[in-house]
Design a protein around this ligand. Structure first.
Ligand SMILES: [Zn+2]
Length: 289
C-alpha cells in the first residue's frame, strides 16, 4: 500500500519527466477511480500544462497552469507510470486512465510520452480540485511528518489529546499525513512503543524518540525508493527496495534484529500490527485513580 515514501518517490521521478509538458488528451478506461465524470475530468485537463509535481500525505499532486490540482490517491495498488511512446516494455496490464502528453520538457522534448494511472484493485481515487478546493482538502490533513512544522513538541501536544491506540493514531491522516501501516509499525518498533498503547499515555520522555524514529524510517524508505511487497512500482515501473530493511512489518515468527525475541502479529482496528514483545512491552493496565 503506497504511503509517504512511495508517493514521494513517484512524484520525484515524474518531476523530471512531465513537468512542463501539456496534457493533449485524457482517456478514461475505468471511471470508477474518478471522483467526477470522465467528461469533466477531460474538460478540466485537456490543454493544461503540468506546472509542478508534488505530494501531500500519501497523494501525488499535479499542479496545473490554471492553479487546479489533480490529486492522485493510489489506494491499495495504484501506480502512476510514465511511458514513452516508443517504450520497448510491454504496456501496463491494468490501465484505468491515460493522459497523453505533448510539448517541451527538458528530458523529453521529442517524446513526452503518456502518463498512465494503473490500478489492479481500483481502490485508488483521482480528483480534480480548483485552488480553493485543494486548500480545503489539504487543511483537512495533518502535518507532513518530514516538514519543519512537525516537531516533537507538537507531537507531544497532539498525542496528549487522544486516547486512541498509537498505531491507529498514526494511521489517521487527519492527525498526521502520509503514514500507513508499514511505517507506523516500523517507527513504533524503533521507538520501543507497543502499538496498542493509548496515545495520551505514552510517557512524555518517549515522544522525542517516537518523533525521531518516524522521521528516520520515512527518510530511509524514501532513499530506498519505497517498499514493494506486491503492487507498488515507481513511475518508471521499478520496485522499491526498502522491504528487506523492514524490522517487524510482515515478519511474524522471525527474530527481532535488536534483541532476538520472536516477532508477533496481533490484530486490532481490523488490521495487523507487528511487534517485538521484548522491545515493545505491553502498556500497564489503566489504573483507577
Ligand atoms: Zn526486540
Amino acid at each position: 500500500v503506497p504511503e509517504l515514501p512511495e508517493a514521494e518517490t513517484i512524484a520525484a521521478e515524474l518531476r523530471s519527466q512531465i513537468e512542463g509538458a501539456s496534457i493533449a488528451g485524457v482517456e478514461v478506461v475505468h471511471p470508477d477511480v474518478l471522483e467526477e465524470s470522465p467528461e469533466t475530468l477531460a474538460q478540466g485537463l485537456t490543454g493544461r500544462t503540468i506546472r509542478q509535481v508534488t505530494r501531500r500525505g500519501k497523494n501525488v499532486v499535479l499542479v496545473l497552469d490554471d492553479d487546479a490540482r489533480l490529486v492522485v490517491n493510489l489506494g491499495m495498488s495504484g501506480r502512476l507510470l510514465h511511458r514513452r511512446i516508443r517504450d520497448p516494455d510491454p504496456p501496463p496490464t491494468h490501465p484505468a486512465v491515460r493522459f497523453r502528453l505533448e510539448g517541451e520538457n527538458r528530458d523529453s522534448a521529442t517524446d513526452p510520452g503518456v502518463l498512465v494511472y494503473h490500478d489492479i484493485r481500483r481502490f485508488g481515487r483521482l480528483r480534480l480540485l480548483d485552488r480553493q478546493g485543494y486548500g480545503t482538502w489539504s487543511r483537512s490533513l495533518g502535518p507532513e511528518p518530514l516538514s519543519r512544522a512537525f516537531t516533537a513538541r507538537r507531537l507531544l501536544r497532539d498525542l496528549a489529546r487522544s486516547v486512541s491506540p498509537i498505531r491507529s493514531w498514526l494511521l489517521d491522516q487527519r492527525r498526521i499525513a502520509g503514514v500507513g501501516n508499514i511505517y507506523a509499525n516500523e517507527a513504533l518498533h524503533r521507538a520501543g512503543i507497543h502499538p496498542v498503547t493509548s496515545a495520551a499515555r505514552i510517557p512524555a520522555d518517549r515522544i522525542p524518540r517516537l518523533h525521531r524514529s518516524l522521521r528516520r524510517v520515512l527518510r530511509e524508505a524514501v532513499r530506498s525508493r519505497g517498499t514493494t511487497l506486491r503492487d507498488y512500482r515507481t513511475a518508471g515501473g521499478d520496485e522499491g527496495s526498502y522491504a528487506v530493511r523492514l524490522r517487524v512489518y510482515g515478519r511474524a515468527g522471525e527474530t527481532c534484529a535488536r534483541c532476538g525475541a520472536v516477532i508477533r502479529r496481533i490484530v486490532f482496528g481490523a488490521r495487523s500490527a507487528f511487534l517485538c514483545p521484548r522491545c515493545q512491552p505491553e502498556p500497564p493496565e489503566k489504573s483507577e485513580s
